[in-house]
Structures are given as structure tokens and as C-alpha cells.
Ligand binder design. Structure first.
Ligand code: RB5
Length: 148
């Protein structure tokens, strides 16, 4: 299950991603927003990040104007590694090396086609583990106030 969320700046990307997920028969929950009316991105970041953090959803996808605000908000939730992605290389590497669990995209930065391509890569790339396990573990330690 994939959790989706967007503000007005990312609404179009979210709709394009939903079409892709429907075509691939991938289940999702859409937390909105549901139109281009102005809303606050942190509200949607929280809903998606909570679902990923508590295991209800395996991954999340968040879209705002730049992908930045919504990723900053999502990264405040424990266990979340939200990555802003603007190219295919980063879509792949943030899964392979960072085990990112939320993809953040910007509706004023990338096209709908790019959003679908990055989503496809993000959902189909595995974490490499190995030395990256240690590094991701250090991120968790920072989150828990532990020394690294
Ligand atoms: C909303 O205008 C815009 O600030 C928001 O979508 C996002 O780009 C913030 O990072």
C-alpha cells in the first residue's frame, strides 16, 4: 500500500501518479488534497508520514510546489526518510543507498511524465544494505538522540 499526499502545488503530479498506480494495479490511499485550492503542505505530509512510520503503508509519495516543504515536514516524523528527487539517478540512488521511504516531488519543478518515471524507479528499486545499513542506522541514532 502506498500513501499519497499533495498540496495545491503538487496536486497535478499526484493525479498523474494515481493514474500510473491504477494501471499497475498498485494499491494506494490518497490523503488529498483533492483540488488546486490553496492548502498547507504540512497537513498532508503528516498523514502520509504517519502511515509509513506506523507500517500501515510501505512507502509514501508527497508532492508540493518544489517537493521541499512537504519533505521537510515529513522528515520530522520518526522513521521517515523523505527524499526530494529531480532526476532518475537520484530516484534510484535514494532507494539503493538511503532506503528512502517517501518520494517527494515538485509540481513546479518536474513534469507529470517525469513524476511517473521517478515513481516507477522509486517503487522498483531495492535498498542495497551492506555499508549503507550502517549509515542509515546512524540517521536513526541521530533521530533517537544517540551518539554516532
Ligand atoms: C505553496 O505555494 C508552496 O510553497 C509549496 O507547494 C511548496 O513548494 C513548499 O515547499
Amino acid at each position: 500500500m502506498i500513501a499519497l499526499g499533495a498540496d495545491h502545488g503538487g496536486f497535478n503530479l499526484k493525479e498523474a501518479i494515481k493514474k500510473y498506480l491504477d494501471e499497475k494495479n498498485i494499491e494506494y490511499v490518497d490523503y488529498g488534497c483533492y483540488s488546486e485550492e490553496s492548502v498547507d503542505y504540512a497537513v498532508f505530509a503528516k498523514k502520509v508520514a504517519d502511515d509509513v512510520s506506523n507500517g500501515k503503508c510501505e512507502k509514501g509519495i508527497l508532492c508540493c510546489g518544489t517537493g521541499i516543504g512537504i519533505s521537510i515536514a515529513a522528515n520530522k516524523v520518526k522513521g521517515i526518510r523523505a527524499a526530494v528527487v529531480t532526476n532518475e539517478f537520484c530516484a534510484e540512488m535514494t532507494r539503493r543507498h538511503n532506503d528512502a521511504n517517501i518520494l517527494a516531488l515538485g509540481g513546479r519543478v518536474i513534469s507529470e511524465e517525469e513524476a511517473v518515471r521517478f515513481t516507477d524507479i522509486f517503487l522498483n528499486t531495492e535498498f542495497e544494505g551492506g555499508r549503507h545499513e550502517r549509515r542509515v542506522g546512524q540517521i536513526s541514532k541521530i533521530e533517537n538522540g544517540e551518539e554516532i
